[in-house]
Design a protein around this ligand. Structure first.
Ligand code: TYD
Length: 242
């Protein structure tokens, strides 16, 4: 049977720098020939992207917290069924920019919805898929929001108090699950943060025996043919000079 893949999630408040880090890890693994897939939440399928547009649209400023929760979960259910579960079955490394911890931090700590209900529906929407490794890029809200250069979306437009509760929510999750969840200091330079994330990820993948794919993209029939031609040319030229 083929090996089960892994899900690595990146979490943090808006403007924390987590998307940059998630991309950097994806680019690194891709470059080093790991079988890796990048996704973001909410989004990643046709239905989930349509839901994302509803969720982030400032025209829906008055959306109820329960409707918001259910929309995030609907987007997740689609992504899990269509993309994540098939990729994990193929033994791939899936890197996701946000996952179920965002729902706990934003909808429970931020919006103050009941934890028990959200925990249960969250796990239902994810078909019990949980990240194997999670990085929380932690940054104080004032600094994080000073980095938001584009026009704020509906979620980003929530009050500063809301975002402070979200940050505390993430830190609570990290405290409760220290084996799965690693907190990195968002104040550090992006490269320094990335080195920490890379070291933890590589150690984790080694434990899971998930390494780069053996068959390098250079070792394919076409490249062998090119190499053989080049060697024949060199041999001929060498023979001419004898
Ligand atoms: P996005 O533009 O992807 O923000 P970021 O680049 O900071 O991740 O928008 C996603 C927003 O939705 C973000 O403010 C966090 C919020 N969110 C929730 O409130 N609950 C959730 O379950 C998820 C996945 C995201």
């Amino acid at each position: 049977m083929s090996k089960q893949g892994v899900l690595i999630s990146f979490e943090g408040v808006d403007g924390s720098g987590k998307s940059t880090q998630a991309r950097m890890l994806y680019d690194y693994f891709k470059k080093h020939n790991y079988d890796v897939l990048f996704i973001r939440e909410p989004g990643g399928t046709q239905v989930s992207e349509a839901i994302r547009a509803i969720l982030l649209d400032n025209a829906h400023a008055k959306m109820s917290a329960r409707a918001e929760l259910l929309l995030f979960l609907a987007a997740r259910a689609e992504l899990v069924d269509e993309v994540i579960v098939p990729a994990l079955k193929q033994g791939r490394i899936v890197i996701t920019d946000r996952f179920s911890d965002s729902t706990l931090a934003y909808q429970v700590d931020g919006r103050k919805l009941p934890r028990r209900v959200v925990t249960e529906t969250n796990s239902f929407a994810a078909a019990r898929v949980k990240p194997n490794l999670t990085f929380i890029v932690d940054l104080e809200i004032a600094k994080a929001h000073s980095r938001l250069t584009e026009k704020k979306d509906r979620m980003e437009s929530s009050t500063r108090e809301f975002h402070k509760r979200v940050r505390r929510g993430f830190l609570k999750i990290a405290k409760a699950e220290p084996r799965r969840v690693k907190v990195v200091d968002g104040k550090k330079a992006p490269d320094a943060i990335f080195q920490e994330i890379l070291a933890v990820s590589q150690a984790f993948l080694t434990r899971r025996k998930l390494g780069p794919q053996k068959r390098s993209k250079w070792i394919c029939r076409d490249n062998f043919a090119l190499l053989a031609d080049a060697l024949t040319g060199v041999r001929r030229r060498f023979a001419m000079h004898q």
